[in-house]
Design a binder for this molecule. Structure first.
Ligand code: NAP
Length: 292
């Protein structure tokens, strides 16, 4: 029976550490600040934004909320981002996706200063991630890597199979595993013989968005299973992309849904905001020390 990877406990521990570091930075004159921009009234987005605001508040990060009506124009949104780019109280800018159809998402994400791109979605930061350079790592893949490290799972030489090739999960997590010396296969809807690919995985990362699409019987004995999927199948019932019970019989480690990858995502957003504030604080200190 697999060991359950407890994302909730790991997130809780990390948030306590972030809180300590935030208090230290505040005592030195800088309070980390995160601007969260929500356009429209998508109920799921509203819940996520509320969770992010609460998480900021809990660790002492200044949360600057901008809730704009659905009919907000792209120009108006871009001008808000421009002002946040120059606001010295703000170290991270997050635009909640999806945006209403009349707004060009790529243009908006590219307008965020790469120095405040705590979601890690700006092409500049994506490029740095691919090159293996320090950058803001996208929060969900970052959380996965932290969980693997926390449970002592070394990827060197391992066969990692990622199912899903989205820009926010599948692609970045694949590059992050490559950086950790894994041999990586990325699968998607056009992949031929998916069970055969999954059977090879020492580490399976499922980011599909289809309830229990991967049967437990496909999992190699002793594999590590990271289930990113969050699928609502009844009013109060969430399941992942992997058939949990059957997979847990074969795996060595497995993330549950909920309580696995999910709690890590917002935690890594806080971590990235703290990192950005630390960089800005150090730059401020350096400029004050320079002779005029
Ligand atoms: P997405 O943009 O919809 O991408 C899904 C990917 O899965 C696509 O690449 C798609 O392939 C592939 N796919 C779909 N059905 C498949 C199948 N039957 N076989 C093989 N590949 C298949 O989704 P996402 O944004 O990456 O999110 C994936 C899941 O993770 C969702 O359940 C989402 O809610 C969850 N999620 C959770 C968190 C968290 O914090 N826990 C964060 C982000 C996402 P094609 O490219 O060929 O279409």
């Amino acid at each position: 029976m697999a060991i359950t990877i407890d994302g909730k406990a790991t997130a809780h521990k990390l948030r306590a550490e972030i809180n300590t570091e935030v208090q230290k930075l505040v005592s030195e004159g800088t309070r980390p600040g995160l601007a969260v921009v929500l356009v429209g009234d998508n109920p799921a987005s509203r819940v996520y934004v509320h969770m992010k605001e609460k998480a900021c508040c809990d660790v002492g990060i200044f949360s600057d909320e901008h809730k704009l009506p659905a009919e907000t124009g792209e120009k108006e949104l871009l001008s808000l981002i421009e002002s946040l780019n120059h606001d010295t109280r703000i170290h991270g800018i997050l635009v909640q996706l999806p945006l209403p159809k009349h707004i060009n998402e790529a243009r908006v994400l590219e307008a965020i200063s790469p120095e405040k791109d705590v979601d890690g979605f700006h092409p500049y930061n994506v490029g740095r991630l691919v090159l293996g350079k320090p950058t803001f790592q996208p929060c969900t893949p970052y959380g996965i890597m932290v969980l693997l490290k926390e449970y002592g799972i070394d990827l060197t030489g391992k066969e990692v199979v990622v199912v899903g090739r989205s820009n926010i999960v599948g692609k970045p997590v694949a590059f992050m595993c490559l950086q950790q010396h894994a041999t990586v296969t990325i699968c998607h809807t056009r992949t031929v013989d998916l069970p055969d690919k999954i059977a090879r995985a020492d580490v399976l990362i499922a980011a599909i968005g289809r309830p229990e699409a991967i049967p437990g019987a496909w999992i190699k004995k002793g594999a590590v299973v990271i289930d990113v999927g969050v699928n609502r199948i009844a009013e109060k019932k969430l399941v992942g992309d992997v058939e949990f019970e059957a997979a847990a019989e074969r795996a060595s480690y497995i993330t549950p849904v909920p309580g696995g990858v999910g709690p890590m995502t917002i935690t890594m957003l806080l971590q990235n905001t703290l990192l950005s504030a630390k960089i800005s604080h150090a730059a401020k200190q350096n400029s004050q020390e320079e002779p005029s």
